[in-house]
Design a protein around this ligand. Structure first.
Ligand SMILES: C[S@@+](CC[C@H](N)C(=O)[O-])C[C@H]1O[C@@H](n2cnc3c(N)ncnc32)[C@H](O)[C@@H]1O
Length: 192
């Protein structure tokens, strides 16, 4: 993996640490969990259950191999496509880092609305391309095989708007510039 991509993985891991610290939770869900970047930051002593959702069974198998020992019976990995038809288990914190690009803002908001009663805080990370026309060959997010979905940039204002329409209040936003002309944007929401 290139240095730039490793840096993006590390940055996302750092953001996951911030999400977990901001909202101490006994039940945690991760949408687009992939190989489980950051799951090692979850303290098993203070956590009852961790749900990881992904469309790709191979990524879930890697996640299982890496984190079953550390999280034990708390870890539940679910192979599914995230869309409005999915029902998730109740969680205090639902993390959705670099998955909305694959699902689409409207469909993601419909998913959130359908599951509003099961979500305490929803903390999302999207990626903004600040260098117009620049396609990075070292982009961590676009390196994933999303099995049929295509990744496309999400506008943070649009996400706020569709989430508001879905009944979620904005809790805050943070920006994290990357060295490859992109910026990771974290947006947190709570069901109203
Ligand atoms: C960029 S990766 C996520 C990175 C990870 N969250 C992290 O923090 O490092 C995107 C993940 O979303 C998954 N994915 C894409 N479309 C999906 C969908 N419709 N439903 C569920 N998972 C999906 C992909 O298989 C991939 O594992």
């Amino acid at each position: 993996m290139s240095d730039v991509r490793v840096g993006q993985v590390q940055r996302l891991r750092d953001i996951t640490a911030e999400q977990l610290a901001a909202y101490p939770s006994r039940a945690i869900g991760v949408l687009g969990v992939a190989g489980g970047n950051g799951l090692d930051l979850i303290n098993p002593e203070s956590t009852d259950v961790v749900y990881g959702y992904d469309i790709n069974a191979d990524y879930l198998a890697a996640c299982e191999a890496r984190y079953r020992d550390g999280l034990g019976h708390r870890l539940h990995l679910v192979e599914t496509s995230i869309d409005r038809s999915v029902t998730i288990e109740r969680v205090d914190l639902l993390i959705a880092n670099l998955i909305i690009e694959y699902v689409g803002a409207e469909e993601f908001a419909a998913f959130a609305a359908a599951n509003a009663g099961s979500i305490g805080v929803l903390s999302c990370v999207i990626q903004r391309n600040d260098a117009a026309g620049f396609v990075s060959s070292t982009d961590y997010a676009s390196s994933f095989d999303a099995l049929a979905s295509v990744s496309s940039d999400i506008d943070p204002e649009t996400l706020d708007s569709v989430m508001s329409d879905a009944g979620f209040a904005v809790l805050g936003r943070c920006e994290y510039p990357l060295p490859n002309g992109k910026t990771l944007i974290r947006q947190d929401f709570r069901a109203t």
